[in-house]
Ligand binder design. Structure first.
Ligand code: GTB
Length: 204
């Protein structure tokens, strides 16, 4: 059965692969599972039809027959459980919260009087986790022996720091992100979500 996922009809990132449907698309591409995408406007996400699938009125969701899932991490692990090659031995929920806090502040709090004071505090919290992650990764290619769903999630989390100037101090993490982005499945997923924004079909 072909699963259907939901994604932004018009993503605020203009197709840079930062919205969380990207990690679901990437996981499906990794395992070679074809899928359909239902695009939603911001107002459609808040309608009761979509809230039946996602109580918070957000994307992504995942429908497969009677099964309905929300939470991108849960969706990726559902895919990983049913297909070979993605099940990790490590997870990553510790690194994402400070990165999201920083990202939300740069989007929503830039005009506040205390923004300039708060940003370095948030960035220090990000650096604490990046220091730990960088040590944990060391010279390895992936967090586990082979590429897994844990890497897929971690790379999508770290990409939210692009343009922040923070990643440049972590050459092994920058190389890790580049390795993830170089995977053919990543490229297919990225091109598909970018095509939603540009309206042009993927070229590859
Ligand atoms: N915990 C949930 C999950 O992991 O699935 C969080 C889902 C979530 O945050 N969804 C966001 C959403 O639907 C889109 S991904 N927001 C609309 C709303 O709440 O009304 C978060 C996101 C959005 C945009 C960017 N961007 O443009 O850079 C990056 C990340």
């Amino acid at each position: 059965m072909t699963p259907t996922i939901t994604a932004f009809e018009r993503s605020p990132d203009r197709g840079k692969g930062l919205a969380r449907d990207m990690r679901v698309r990437w996981a499906l591409e990794e395992v070679g599972q074809p899928y359909d995408v239902r695009l939603l406007s911001f107002s459609e996400m808040k309608e009761s039809a979509h809230r039946m699938l996602h109580p918070f009125g957000q994307i992504p969701t995942y429908e497969e027959g009677d099964l309905v899932l929300f939470e991108s991490g849960a969706i990726v692990f559902h895919i990983a459980e049913r297909h070979a090659g993605l099940l990790p031995h490590d997870a990553n929920a510790t690194v994402e919260p400070p990165i999201v806090d920083r990202s939300m502040a740069t989007i929503l709090e830039r005009d506040k009087t205390w923004y300039e004071e708060r940003l370095p505090i948030l960035e220090d919290r990000v650096r604490v986790r990046l220091d730990e992650l960088s040590s944990r990764l060391g010279r390895a290619d992936w967090l586990d022996d082979a590429f897994s769903a844990g890497d897929l999630l971690m790379v999508t989390v770290l990409r939210r720091l692009n343009g922040s100037g923070i990643l440049e101090k972590y050459p092994n993490l920058s190389a890790y992100i580049a390795r993830g982005e170089a995977r053919p499945a990543y490229k297919r997923a990225f091109d598909d979500q970018l095509a939603v924004f540009t309206g042009k079909p993927p070229t590859g």
